[in-house]
Design a protein around this ligand. Structure first.
Ligand code: S6P
Length: 601
């Protein structure tokens, strides 16, 4: 990547906005021109690319057709949403705020509702926030992509959470404006306006909402959005859908999509909380300032490029030799570790053991709807004690361990954990957040630092403490760092081709469509690509009539038990080999990037 210009010209930064750039794709599915060569980049270059991609979130609206994060209209809508939340906080008896989403969007719904409920409890106020995640609580920690396609399940979940409520502010999150699970819930809200006020959060313009028919439904995501747009004129529904630019890894909405969801909702809820607890009026400037604090968070975080690069390199080396990466976190930062780790399986086809998160206090700290999930299997063991019992005995110096904590966490406890890990491996690193001028904490911190191979120290200005935004800044910062670590490590492992994840799971309609599109990299016509995809899903050379006439849901159900579906289909398309031949060649060259390059050029 020598000679890559990190200051990129405006034309490269904004290339995706041009009308003829991948015109058939919504923004959330476009490939980002900035990361086209990420698969061949060094760890340092990967981090720099992610930085520039993330900075696109805060690009100004001027001269584009797209609404942006800081656009006037977005801030105004957030103010209106904040006012509704304020009313609910003041009269919580029969009202609530429900956030719902699939995958990362549901995980953020959980994270944000936990944080703001805690803030209310601390003020002795009733908790008003609830979350719904498609697939239930197990989806907080594992990949459950199929329920995303089920609008009825969405409605059932919503009804259950809202039983007995007279006023509900429903916030449906779907980064791609595409999840049928969320479309079903929004449709239900629109049918019951006496109780529900629907809000949609996503990152495509309304006309790019998915218009594909949903099984047994009369609506599409697009038609729901149109109805909401109509009601938005009289503020009976709200749309918050700025564009944040294509993801660094195409379609990986856990990255900017997740970050922007957090920024928008926290800005609105923080304004509502300030209005109820300290009578601070909800103003345009207040909301805008809060959002701009996140822009500074990006600057503070990425000012540590070298430190982040060290972590990406360490994690990349571990994954390259089939070893593991462990996040050991404290408080809400640990949640971001759990979330990041859980996303590696759907995003990179990783095994749950590749990247794992652990939280101090386990399910007590998580405080999820369904309580402990340990009985569901080993991947649901998330407490530090589980790490000590299950992982530590087999830890080697090829594994990477990351401690994630702040100056307010118990330094003695962090130190003890560091010593235990250090007995097994020197490959121990820390991500540590401290407040500016916090010297008392630094003394203990020095001891921990000595035990770690590297320490990423992120220092927050005192003003963040005063304004009450510190927690949100630290969380976003940790999210950016961990997203960089897990994405970078998988890129270094060779999981990405250009900026596409080829080895994706084909477990819902969105992913099925994405897979068919990716296969067109082979320059074969769409029908041939879909045929090859089906052969790889069903593991046959000759498709039966039953297979070809089944619907996508049947294909995606079957695909749940198949691995390497898309790489296999790609090899079949490029070489004309039989399934068995293609499988054996892929075994010899499991690095997707190399395998694809070998056959394509
Ligand atoms: C994306 C992540 C997915 C999405 C999920 C919901 O990186 O792996 O699990 O979060 O598909 O997408 P959306 O567009 O409805 O928010």
């Amino acid at each position: 990547m020598a000679g890559l210009d990190w200051t990129y010209g405006v034309s490269t930064l904004r290339q995706w906005e041009s009308a003829d750039y991948e015109p058939s794709l919504p923004v959330s599915e476009k490939s980002n021109p900035l990361t086209r060569d990420i698969d061949r980049a060094s760890a340092y270059s990967i981090v720099k690319m992610l930085q520039v991609c993330d900075s696109q979130m805060f690009q100004k609206e001027a001269g584009t057709i797209y609404q942006r994060l800081l656009s006037d209209q977005v801030v105004k809508t957030l103010m209106e949403v904040a006012k509704r939340v304020e009313v609910i906080i003041k009269d919580p008896q029969e009202s609530c705020v429900v956030m719902s989403g699939c995958g990362t969007s549901g995980r953020l719904a959980f994270l944000i509702s936990s944080g703001f409920n805690k803030a209310l409890s601390q003020l002795n106020q009733s908790e008003v926030y609830s979350y719904i995640i498609a697939g239930g609580d197990r989806a907080l920690l594992s990949s459950q992509e199929a329920p995303e396609d089920d609008p009825r399940l969405g409605v059932l979940n919503l009804k259950k959470v809202c039983e007995g409520k007279k006023r509900v502010l429903f916030i449906g999150i779907s980064c791609g404006l595409s999840a049928p699970f969320v479309a079903g819930q929004l449709d239900f809200c629109l049918q019951h306006p006496e109780v529900y006020t629907p809000v949609l959060v996503g990152f495509n313009p309304a006309h790019q909402a998915r218009d594909e028919p949903i099984q047994d439904c009369t609506f599409t995501f697009h038609s729901v959005v149109q109805r909401m747009q109509e009601l938005a004129k009289s503020q009976k529904a709200f749309l918050i859908n700025p564009a944040v630019g294509p993801e660094a890894i195409s379609g990986s909405s856990r990255m900017k999509g997740g970050s922007a969801t957090k920024i928008l909702l926290e800005a609105a809820f923080s304004a509502a909380h300030a209005a109820t607890s300290s009578n601070t009026p909800i103003t345009h400037n207040g909301v805008l300032q809060h959002m701009m604090a996140y822009e500074r968070t990006l600057a503070v975080t990425y000012s540590q490029t070298d430190g982040i690069t060290t972590l990406v390199e360490a994690a990349g080396q571990s994954l390259q030799c089939s070893r593991h990466v462990y996040y050991l976190g404290w408080g809400s930062l640990a949640l971001l570790g759990l979330i990041d780790a859980s996303e590696c399986s759907p995003t990179f086809g990783a095994d749950y053991e590749d990247v794992r998160g652990f939280i101090r206090g386990g399910y007590r700290e998580l405080n999820n709807n369904d309580g402990p999930l340990t009985s569901l299997g080993p991947k649901f063991s998330i407490a530090h004690e589980d790490f000590l019992h299950l992982i530590l005995p087999c830890l080697t110096d090829k594994d990477t361990v990351l401690l994630i904590y702040t100056h307010s966490d118990d330094a003695t406890e962090v130190g003890n954990m560091a010593r235990r890990v250090r007995e097994k491996t020197p490959n121990l690193h820390a991500v540590y957040h401290q407040a500016d001028g916090d010297t008392a904490a630094s003394l203990q911190q020095d001891d921990i630092k000595k035990l770690c191979l590297s320490t990423l120290k992120i220092t927050w200005p005192q003003e963040a403490l005063v304004s009450g935004t510190l927690q949100h800044m630290r969380e976003l910062s940790t999210k950016l760092v961990l997203n960089a670590v897990s994405t970078g490590a998988h890129v270094l492992k060779g999981k990405i081709y250009q900026n596409h994840m080829i080895d994706l799971q084909v477990t819902n309609t969105k992913l099925y469509r994405r897979a068919t599109r990716l296969l067109q990299l082979s320059a074969c016509p769409e029908e041939k690509c879909e045929e090859a995809l089906l052969k790889a899903i069903y593991r046959v050379d000759m498709l039966t009539l039953e297979m070809t006439s089944s619907d996508i849901t049947t294909h995606t159900c079957f695909a749940r038990n198949s691995t390497k579906v898309v790489p296999l289909a790609l090899v079949i398309l490029l070489t004309g080999w039989s399934l068995v031949e293609a499988e054996s060649h892929l075994k010899q060259q499991p690095i997707v990037r190399e395998a694809v390059a070998q056959w394509m050029w």
